[in-house]
Design a protein around this ligand. Sequence first.
Ligand code: GCO
Length: 450
Amino acid sequence: MNNKIQFPEIFLWGTAASAYQIEGAWNVDGKGESVWDRYVRLPDRILNGDTGDIACDHYHRMPADVALMKDLGIPCYGFSISWTRILPNGHGAVNPNGLDFYNRLVDTLLEAGIVPKATLHHWDFPQALQEKGGWPNRDSADWFADYAQIVFEHLADRVHTWDTINEPWVVAFLGYGAGVHAPGICDATKAYQAAHHLLLAHGKAVQRYRQGGYQGEIGLRLNLNHLIPASDNEEDLAATQRVYDESHSFFLDPVFKGCYPEAFLEWLGPHRPHIEPGDIESIHNSADYLGINHYNTDRVHFEIFGGWLKARLTPFSAPSWGTTQMGWGINPAGLKAEVLNIKENYDNPKVYLAENGCAMPDIPDEKGFVADYERINYLRAHLIALHEAMQDGANVQGYFVWSILDNFEWERGYSKRFGLVRVEPITLKRTPKQSAYWYRDVISENGITL
Ligand code: GCO
């Protein structure tokens, strides 16, 4: 009997975080305002009125955080870059202090033997550019490409793996559609136009990277949660297809197949985005790899009052698994299904499982230590499912736990904790949880003992 699953010899193990969620220092050293800096100040948008003003204060504690990652045996760290630290107004004048911070971060990681993986944009869009229309303004694609080029010129000699944009679906549909994320707009037409421009921005940034002749790889990072029709009836199946098209095909098809899902664009009617000649060519073949963020599975029901998709989602958990503290269904087989779907329908691209993890109740003992066996069970089961997909031929080359630190969970503030490392409120003291030691062992064995 085989009692151990083994990952390939070359497999990138890591953890991830994002600038707004951990850095703090929101107005320090010349940083400009982002839409999240603005949004958190609006009344009743964020649970308990929390903000990312201080967050984990990673901006000031970066060397100690990198040292902690080294102690925990983490080989690769995926971080995001704050656009307005580099360009306070989104374009134009560069802030040398901002570049300096990321230069130091990259150097500190390399000195610690940790591979840096950078994301250019994780939702903290410049407020100055929001005032010019934000992502629904077509110019946003060039603003982003110009910003990307500046970052490449300063960091691409040492950073060799680049995600352009994290979860464009979230930016477009939670930021401009549902209005529950910054900039807090509810407008379906703007949401789909933003979605197209996010893809165009990605495509243009990739062109700059390739023209620059840098040594490395660049890709897009999508949130691909798993969907199951609530029944076999035609209406539930069609609703599932619409939700799938909005979250999957809308982003995957242009990048990997060079087209948008036409039936879905027709369904959108007046909300259909304006696409100019040449746009699709800029987006097609623009990913050296696909970053997949995966957390949960939902059942999809047809629902006449279910917004423009006419759909309602309910969490699905596999038997004997509950839900996470987010109320998300736990279904490790959903991860396997998503990864195999990419293999089968998108020509088996290189994949990084770029985010996977869970918020759990996390009760600390008197020393601040959290014995988070629920998180370990979740991570372990998802890694086993990922390994099964790889055994079935999926080209997965790395896995990243979200997140290294407990941090600012967007509209839920600090009420939800995803970290391998606990961050104490107020003192911000870091204490690795049981899961951090468990993950260290998985990495050092490059596998899991069953
Ligand atoms: C994500 C987000 C993270 C979230 C995490 C948990 O990419 O979805 O990048 O910012 O914190 O997913 O909800």
